[in-house]
Unconditional design. Structure first.
Length: 447
């Protein structure tokens, strides 16, 4: 009997302890919002986590999805894949006590191997529904820039000393300010010198009862100018502000053996000539062009009366563009793509575009030099000559490229030797050859 009482006493003690432990656990009273921004220009996409749970991956100059979490304390982590072992590795962590109705933006910056995390903390704005204003916040995430002044005013209003929204050093966020809804221009100048304009945006139409952060990043090879500006709406997502003083660009790639050497115009009236004697396999440099819709017209060299081909295309602000003409006689077509030229320190990016119309379907191989493709699977299967780009990450070192008949090991082109280094950005096209049974793999160099 005594033993039974002892056991019951122990159970009662354990239950009491459990209840006490349960009552000591933190209780959430609401939720906060978290998101992350990647400001490391050469980084791959980084993984943003709360504790060990993935929230989102974040590319450079981009922002993660917004997520809501209970107002408790958490460890937030960033991870990246490194080439030496191809494994996800933790690169930075920070602990934050999330408060109810607060927004936390985690900014990862510095060097990818040993980055720094900056945390912006602000209240979530609640709107009554009757306001005629919006809320704007301004940040500085371009590490190459020193201190800057931010101007945010109606179109046509020049920056004047004393009229700046504020001065920012790298990693800083200005307090929120309210503005009446309308059209605005965002301008960056060197701190203290309103005449030294570093960036002037196109017009931004801002609606009432909304909010956003505008921040500046260092430009990469994907940007026509030295800076890139992003708008981070409070409700999530991201958009870009174009710079009015920097034009987009376009380069022309002649990939149609059936198209004779041509003069190239950017209009139907043949008033704006951009190239002369553009021949099969020619690749132009970047040519400045305004954004907008175009009819690209190809005529016989020196003869505007002989139109050989025309195709339509749209050029977006703050972009580099590449226009390809491909196809057979009587069935020529063109397409524009915005290439990814940004170098990533942990990757080798390789893009392949099949334009050789003598070969309806091909397989594309990337193998270590000296490897027999008889025992290898292709990197890409059954590619048609539609001009659709396929992109892959490959190892750094000595490689060989092949094109074969789809589903077979019959070689159409290759082996083509390629030595790669981390950070390389590479593009290859397949061109028709004089011998219709073969094709040529040709490197399209960066401008």
């Amino acid at each position: 009997m005594r033993k039974t009482l002892l056991v019951l006493g122990c159970i009662s003690a354990l239950l009491a302890s459990a209840c006490t432990s349960e009552s000591n656990r933190p209780v959430a009273n609401g939720e906060g919002v978290v998101r992350a921004v990647n400001t490391i220009p050469s980084s791959p996409s980084v993984l943003f986590l709360i504790e060990e749970r993935s929230i989102s991956t974040v590319e450079y100059s981009n922002v993660s999805d917004q997520s809501r979490f209970d107002d408790l304390e958490y460890i937030f982590n960033f991870e990246a894949v490194f080439p030496e072992n191809n494994l996800q590795q933790r690169v930075a962590s920070t602990t934050v006590n999330v408060e109810k109705d607060h927004e936390y933006t985690f900014v990862i910056t510095g060097d990818l191997a040993t980055p720094t995390i900056i945390v912006w903390d602000d209240l979530v704005r609640e709107w009554a529904g009757t306001e005629t204003t919006f809320q704007a916040r301004f940040a500085h995430t371009a590490e190459s820039l020193g201190p800057i002044d931010i101007f945010f005013a109606a179109p046509g209003v020049a920056p004047l000393a004393g009229q700046e929204a504020g001065t920012l050093g790298f990693g800083e966020l200005l307090p929120a300010s309210d503005y009446e809804a309308g059209d605005f221009v965002y301008t960056i100048t060197t701190a203290g010198d309103p005449n030294d304009i570093l960036f002037e945006s196109n017009t931004l139409a801002a609606n009432a009862q909304g909010g956003f952060i505008i921040t500046v990043f260092d430009g990469t090879a994907n940007d026509p100018g030295p800076l890139a500006v992003r708008v981070l709406p409070d409700e999530g997502g991201i958009s870009s502000l174009a710079e009015v003083n920097v034009s987009p660009s376009i380069r022309f790639i002649h990939a149609a053996a059936a198209l004779d050497p041509s003069d190239v115009y950017t209009d139907e009236l043949l008033m704006d000539q951009v190239l002369t004697d553009h021949s099969f396999r020619d690749v132009s440099g970047d040519i400045d062009i305004d954004s907008g819709n175009y009819t690209f017209t190809y005529t016989s060299v020196g003869n505007v009366g002989a139109v050989l081909f025309s195709g339509n295309g749209n050029v977006f602000p703050s972009t580099h563009n590449q226009l390809y003409v491909i196809g057979e006689a009587g069935a020529l077509t063109s397409f524009i793509r915005i290439p990814d030229r940004r170098s990533v320190e942990t990757l080798v990016k390789l893009t392949f575009i099949h334009t050789a119309v003598n070969h309806p379907l091909v397989d594309f191989y990337v193998v270590v030099a000296g490897t027999d493709i008889a025992d290898e699977a292709p990197r890409f299967f059954s590619l048609a000559p539609t001009g659709t780009p396929v992109t892959t990450n490959v190892i750094n070192g000595d490689l060989e490229l092949y094109i074969t008949v789809a589903g077979e090991k019959t070689v159409i082109a290759g082996p083509l030797a390629l030595t790669t280094t981390l950070g390389d950005v590479i593009e290859y096209l397949s061109f028709d050859n004089v011998d219709p049974a073969t094709a040529d793999l040709v490197l399209i160099p960066l401008p």
